[in-house]
Unconditional design. Structure first.
Length: 267
């Protein structure tokens, strides 16, 4: 059903089973897949694809030009997967030629009110951005990560799978998978035990992740960081440990969030 006040430009591809509410504006290069639901006043422009059964709430703005002074009008894209919930006032900008030419969001994500995803970001599956969480350009958020409310992620930072960012945090370094980080210039305050339990990780897997974190991040002035990574790689073959090692070996020059001094890794 398409409300009579909606404005849909010629060329837009709208599946027959789509609901478009009052006063929505849909650009000519937009494609809406089956089951998409747009509440009132949603605006979608640019070369934008919205996947099946995604629901978008009032005043969300998707596919408009990035907030990047280097952007010069290139035909970049926004690609959004299926079964996402995009809440009020969420903004998702298109990509740029200085990145991947596309901003990508996976499946089953929850983007809460006033969250922002900047140009060239890549967001995985089952990701949650709480109210007013913001991603700078080129940020990568891996599957099942949670970004707390009012938190900001610096450009080019990567957040690993099952990591959780505490509310009102400023994250300027990469966040290792399974880590729990918090604070202004966020630091590791533990591992995301609750998230792991909710996703059916076994007790032994959680213990292994704790052990790997201790081996990598505990203070030992006789072994440098790269040597610790190598030692863990040689001594651990479980999937969770390998996920952490793979992440640490893929340093993008942002560095990594390190432990808060109050987190007693050596206990």
């Amino acid at each position: 059903m398409i409300h009579k006040t909606a404005i849909i430009q010629k060329g837009a591809k709208i599946h027959s089973n789509v609901e478009i509410g009052p006063y929505c504006c849909i650009g000519h290069n937009v494609e809406l897949a089956e089951g998409v639901k747009l509440h009132a006043h949603v605006c979608i422009d640019g070369i934008t694809y919205i996947g099946e059964n995604t629901e978008i709430f009032p005043f969300a703005s998707i596919g408009y030009n990035p907030q990047d002074l280097k952007y010069s009008g290139e035909n970049s894209k926004v690609i959004i997967g299926k079964n996402n919930i995009i809440r009020e006032y969420c903004t998702i900008n298109t990509g740029t030629k200085h990145g991947n030419m596309k901003t990508v969001i996976g499946n089953n994500c929850l983007l809460m009110i006033n969250s922002h995803i900047a140009h060239d970001c890549i967001v995985g599956d089952n990701v949650i951005l709480a109210n007013n969480a913001t991603l700078g350009g080129h940020v990568i958020i891996d599957d099942n990560a949670i970004i707390g409310g009012l938190s900001a992620i610096h450009q080019f930072v990567r957040v690993g799978k099952f990591a959780i960012i505490g509310g009102v945090s400023a994250v300027v370094e990469n966040v290792v998978p399974f880590a729990s980080v918090s604070g202004d210039r966020a630091k590791i305050i533990g591992i995301n035990i609750i998230g792991m339990k909710r996703n059916n990780y076994s007790k032994s897997s959680i213990i292994k992740v704790k052990k790997v974190f201790k081996e990598i991040f505990s203070k030992n002035n006789n072994i440098n960081f790269n040597e610790k990574i190598k030692a863990v790689e040689n001594n651990h073959i479980d999937n969770e440990s390998l996920e952490i090692i793979k992440f640490l070996k893929n340093d993008n020059k942002r560095g990594f969030c390190m432990p808060n001094k109050n987190w007693l890794l050596d206990e």
